[in-house]
Design a protein around this ligand. Structure first.
Ligand code: NAD
Length: 428
């Protein structure tokens, strides 16, 4: 099999593999291999200097058999249609594996948000809603924040949608700011969800979390709360995190042998997840090459940055001490690396199970919007813990019962639920 980092090819290969295992009907396969609807458009935006800039945008709705499509909106300079297609497909499996009644969607805009002023960002997201509003909505497709987008942007998008449809509609979008229809606990949700999965994996493997160490790639929303959770919920140590330095245009690893302080690092990190090197160095951190996180002698590796990071080449650099690979990012492992992991002793928590905490609390946000009654952060995180623990054990049981690799087991659980919904609706 040739090496690929095309995310959609990866998503299709993973699906084909499990479709084969499940001996899925060819017609069902044909439906599930492809997104049901795809939108590709241009958004003209008036910039602060008076000129017009045209941005390329995407929205992909993969499958809504189990409920309205759900998935983030990414702002990234290297965004592609195939990345958005892959992420929408993974959202279908993610919602199904977490057993929440939603389908899979994803959106993207080709832009580096750091190059835009707040006013330009607001006009761009309002422009996105102006193009898409007839095809999104609480019963159709519900966007959310993702790489490069923020709760404030979701607030503007909700306002634009409400203006266009003529009524306050908070359930059109999740990840809104607190006080503007957002849910307590959404900021922590994905990172803490990763940690609830890691905790259950440690129980299964008989590991004492207090004796465990971790190396994390990235230091954005997910990595920050995965670091905090690893230390404060599990009682373990995080030895390094990494980030992309936008000035140097390269990545760095920030290492401390006796464990990083995520709250301190957070205080010297900008809104795009770039850590201030000078301040970190002053505080005793060793700054190493961006790839070093994967070689650390730790118990748990948590890629929490971007897709395609654990490749056929980098996977061979993983230390024999590593027991768990918790895929916090979407699609961090290429199929070639996956083959290697399958035959190794490393316990893999596959991405769409591992990072499903975010969409789970997004779903809770919509439920609260519908009720117009809001839970406390403790209530939200408690419900999240219950959902994540159930999802993890659903997959683990499938894996043990069928002697299946954890990723295959997660796909089997998810695909079976989607196929059942399609059958019940009379689609197949
Ligand atoms: P973010 O934009 O907040 O942070 C990304 C981080 O990764 C930043 O610190 C950035 O500097 C770093 N990074 C980028 N390229 C890197 C590289 N080559 N090496 C090292 N670090 C690098 O994004 P996020 O919201 O934390 O999302 C991270 C991943 O988790 C993405 O794959 C995203 O799709 C996935 N995810 C996010 C959520 C969520 O709720 N935010 C939910 C599910 C999945």
């Amino acid at each position: 099999m040739s090496e690929t980092t095309n995310a959609f090819e990866m998503a299709q290969r993973q699906f084909d593999h499990v479709a084969e295992l499940l001996n899925l009907d060819p017609q069902v396969r044909e439906i599930l291999r492809w997104p049901m609807r795809e939108f590709h458009f241009r958004i003209p935006v008036r910039m602060d200097d008076g000129t017009i800039r045209v941005f390329e945008g995407f929205r992909v709705q993969h499958n809504d058999a189990r409920g309205p499509n759900k998935g983030g909106l990414r702002f990234h300079p290297a965004e592609t249609f195939d990345t958005v297609r892959a992420l929408a497909t993974w959202m279908t499996w993610k919602c199904a594996v977490a057993d929440i009644p939603l389908g899979g969607g994803k959106g993207g805009v080709v832009v580096d948000p750091a190059t835009l002023s707040d006013g330009e960002k607001e006009r761009l997201v309002r422009g996105y809603v102006n193009v898409m509003w007839r095809n999104i909505g609480p019963r159709q497709d519900i966007p959310a924040p993702d790489v490069g987008t923020t709760p404030q942007m979701m607030g503007w998008m909700m306002d634009e949608y409400s203006r266009l449809v003529g009524q306050y509609t908070p359930g059109v979008i999740t990840g809104k700011p607190l006080g503007g229809g957002g849910s307590a606990g959404r900021t922590e949700a994905t990172g803490y969800g990763v940690i609830f999965n890691v905790r259950e994996a440690m129980k299964h493997l008989g590991l004492d979390p207090k004796q465990c160490t971790a190396a994390i790639q990235g230091f954005g929303n997910v990595a920050q709360f995965a670091s905090i959770g690893f230390i404060e919920i599990l009682g373990g140590k995080v030895l390094c995190v990494s980030c992309w330095d936008r000035e140097d245009r390269k990545s760095y690893t920030f290492f401390k042998a006796d464990g990083i302080d995520p709250h301190f690092l957070k205080s010297i990190t900008d809104q795009y997840g770039t850590i201030d090197k000078a301040k970190a160095r002053e505080a005793g951190y060793t700054i190493e090459d961006g790839d070093c996180w994967i070689e650390k002698d730790v118990d748990v590796l948590i890629p929490a940055a971007l897709e395609g990071q654990v490749t056929g080449e980098t996977v061979k650099r993983i230390s024999p001490k590593v027991k768990i690979l918790a895929e916090a990012a979407n699609g961090p492992t290429t199929p070639e690396a996956d083959e290697f992991l399958k035959n190794s002793s490393i316990f893999v928590i596959p991405d769409f199970l591992c990072n499903s905490g975010g969409v789970t609390v997004s779903y809770f946000e919509q439920v609260q919007n519908d009720m117009n009654f809001y839970w406390t952060k403790e209530e939200v995180l408690d419900k999240l813990d219950t959902k994540m623990t159930q999802a993890f054990h659903g997959v683990l049981d499938m894996s043990l019962e069928h002697k299946a690799y954890m990723r295959d087991a997660a796909y089997i659980v998810a695909i079976a639920r989607v196929v059942k919904a399609m059958q019940l609706r009379g689609w197949v």
